[in-house]
Design a protein around this ligand. Structure first.
Ligand code: NAP
Length: 250
């Protein structure tokens, strides 16, 4: 299957799809949620800070897009039971889930390997790896109710090649790539596709934390990346699975 280097979504390409976005209150996730809604999807907004989710909800409703749902959840403390309850609610409300974008992420602090501390390591693994694993596990039955479900994980350049000082964050993104590959391989004979997006350097608060001295105006914005998010959530990517794709191809 040929994967495009760019994609122009037609209006309504996500019509009638139900898509859950984690970290939907800020950064790339916020733009992804708005964009999916703009293209016709009913979006389930999951995030840590309720007032950020409410602001996205209001913006979607004000724009006249399909009314979203809100799931306030801190992935750091969430348990298997939280995800099972969420899956049951989605099943009852919508009867299926067509798309799942694992976008929420924690950077931690950039530090030499010798100074990595266990609590920070555990928090990053919890939010970036364990939470998406448990959430996907719980949501698989409801995803399988969709004709062509799409699961998208969010990786990073440092999840493909290690870089000094990126410690736990980089390790968590290597794990994300592995999780995606294993799931895609297991589900190869089904209609469920699983892929990874590497957003590349993008103008968000996470990037500003990692590179405080950088001129953010020179960076791509989340909106610049949306072609790939739309592609992977639309039926135009049916058959594409197990891929790790760049939202800013060289
Ligand atoms: P961001 O602006 O910091 O946004 C991260 C989002 O994740 C926020 O909505 C945040 O919610 C949510 N989140 C963090 N911890 C959470 C938790 N415990 N429970 C629930 N939600 C939580 O980051 P971003 O730059 O948009 O990054 C989005 C994804 O792209 C991440 O996976 C990141 O690793 C990846 N990425 C980004 C870049 C880049 O240059 N920006 C490059 C490569 C990869 P709150 O706002 O409520 O805390």
């Amino acid at each position: 299957m040929q994967i495009p280097q760019h994609y122009s979504a037609v209006p309504g390409v996500l019509q009638d799809k139900v898509i859950l976005v984690t970290g939907a209150g800020d950064g790339i996730g916020r733009t992804a949620a708005m964009t999916f809604a703009q293209y016709g999807a009913t979006v389930i907004l999951l995030g840590k800070t309720t007032n950020k989710l409410t602001a996205v909800y209001d913006e979607i409703v004000a724009a006249g897009y399909p009314e979203p749902a809100i799931v306030p959840l801190d992935l750091k403390g969430a348990t298997k039971k939280h995800y099972q309850d969420m899956a049951a609610t989605i099943q009852a409300e919508f009867g299926r889930l067509d798309g799942l974008l694992h976008n929420a992420g924690l950077l931690g602090v950039l530090t030499p390997f010798e100074h990595i501390d266990l609590p920070t390591w555990q928090d990053i693994m919890q939010v970036n790896v364990t939470a998406p694993m448990l959430m996907t596990q719980a949501l698989l039955p409801v995803l399988k109710q969709s004709a062509h479900p799409s699961v998208v994980f969010t990786s990073s350049g440092v999840g493909r090649k290690g870089r000094a000082f990126w410690g736990p964050y980089a390790v968590s993104k290597f794990a994300t790539e592995g999780l995606m590959q294993i799931l895609a391989d297991e589900l190869d004979q089904t209609s469920l596709r699983v892929n990874c997006i590497n957003p590349g350097a993008t103008r968000t608060s996470m990037r500003a934390k990692a590179y405080p001295g950088e001129d953010a105006q020179k960076l791509k914005t989340p909106a610049d990346l949306m072609w790939l998010y739309l592609y992977l959530m639309s039926d135009d990517s049916i058959g594409v699975t197990g891929q790790s794709l760049d939202a800013q191809p060289k």
